[in-house]
Design a protein around this ligand. Structure first.
Ligand code: UDP
Length: 242
């Protein structure tokens, strides 16, 4: 092994990113250069031989809760949110395939012309063949979020950890954008995240990760080379664990 080949101990991981990560500075929708930048980050990890699952949110396009706050029927608004995640998944698929990586978009809502239906054994086989699986349409159920979808699929796919790419390099005791004295946790327990409402992921996702002992590693996706760095034990992050 050459000296600059990073040592990665993970075999299969879940990368969760919010829809907002794809919108760049636009404030809404998809920003193709940003999607391409993230696709390159993912490729750099794929090149190391790590099997990658992805879940992308939909908040850059539509959030069910906001729709229902404005008078829409909640489940309809949630289905619209789930459809938004499919658009993001297709954008990421396109960017990854332009980099020469084989991918599958796997949707929790059947839409055969657009994406594969979710069949667990088939998805596992894709991963074994080093195809990146992008899980779309959340859990397929209203009242959930894509954080829960990521945790659910990570468990089903036997991922070793969820990597949650955010704008900050970990979990802080208070908002680091507002408070310069905010402190980053190196590790934090699931129970502390829930009790202190640390806002890593929603409570259902944290509980599902806790009950299955699935670590969540929060890192900055804005840091160039950040995903590969974190996987090989460099850079700053927070590990949520038992
Ligand atoms: N959603 C849902 N069920 C799921 C996943 C998502 O109903 O299993 C809907 C929900 O309305 C949510 C929207 O899809 O607001 C977008 O997902 P999310 O808010 O998790 O996206 P992110 O914040 O990660 O961009």
């Amino acid at each position: 092994m050459s000296l600059d080949t990073p040592k990665v101990t993970f075999k299969r991981v879940m990368l969760k990113i919010s829809g907002e990560a794809l919108m760049g500075d636009q404030g809404f929708g998809l920003h193709p250069p940003t999607v391409e930048r993230i696709a390159r980050e993912v490729k750099s990890v794929h090149d190391l031989g790590v099997e990658i699952c992805m879940v992308i949110g939909g908040g850059n396009i539509f959030r069910g809760l906001q729709g229902s706050a404005q008078g829409m029927e909640r489940t309809t608004a949630d289905y619209m949110g789930m459809l938004a995640t499919v658009m993001n998944a297709l954008a990421m698929q396109s960017a990854l395939e332009q980099l020469g990586i084989h991918t599958r978009v796997i949707s929790a809502i059947t839409m055969n012309e657009v994406a594969e239906p979710y069949i667990r054994r088939r998805a596992v086989r894709h991963l074994e063949k080093k195809r990146i699986c992008i899980f779309a349409a959340g859990t397929g159920n209203p009242y959930f979020t894509t954080d829960t979808a990521a945790t659910l699929r990570a468990n089903e796919m036997n991922c070793e950890a969820i990597f949650k790419g955010t704008k900050v390099d970990g979990v802080y005791d208070k908002d680091p954008a507002k408070y310069p004295d905010a402190k980053r946790y190196e590790t934090v327990t699931y129970d502390d995240v829930l009790a202190k409402r640390l806002g890593v992921m929603d409570a259902s996702a944290i509980a599902l990760a806790r009950d299955n002992n699935l670590p969540i590693i929060v890192f900055s996706l804005d840091e160039p080379g950040g995903f590969k760095g974190i996987l090989s034990g460099h850079g700053t992050s927070t590990r949520v664990q038992g």
